[in-house]
Design a protein around this ligand. Structure first.
Ligand SMILES: [Zn+2]
Length: 80
């Protein structure tokens, strides 16, 4: 089972959520913004369906955990 957490950050004008490195395909994904939900003590944007097109057995969703832009890039790589 792969990690179902995707680290993400909000765009500058806060209308988009940016995932710099998807835990499933390694590509950048962008989702529309939503309300922050606290799940397991973390700030999240809830669960979304990944936009990967080329991953087989893609999971139904990942939890978007809000972090800073730098952390989103760094933590995504550490998780590899
Ligand atoms: Zn992906």
């Amino acid at each position: 089972m792969k990690n179902l957490i995707a680290f993400c950050y909000a765009s500058k004008n806060e209308n988009l959520i940016i995932i710099p490195c998807c835990p499933f395909c390694g590509e950048k994904h962008i989702h529309g913004i939503s309300e922050i939900e606290i799940i397991d003590g973390k700030q999240t944007y809830g669960y979304r369906t990944p936009h990967c097109s080329e991953v087989e057995n893609k999971p139904d969703g990942y939890l978007l955990v809000k972090v800073s832009k730098c952390d989103a890039i760094y933590k995504s790589r550490v998780n590899d």
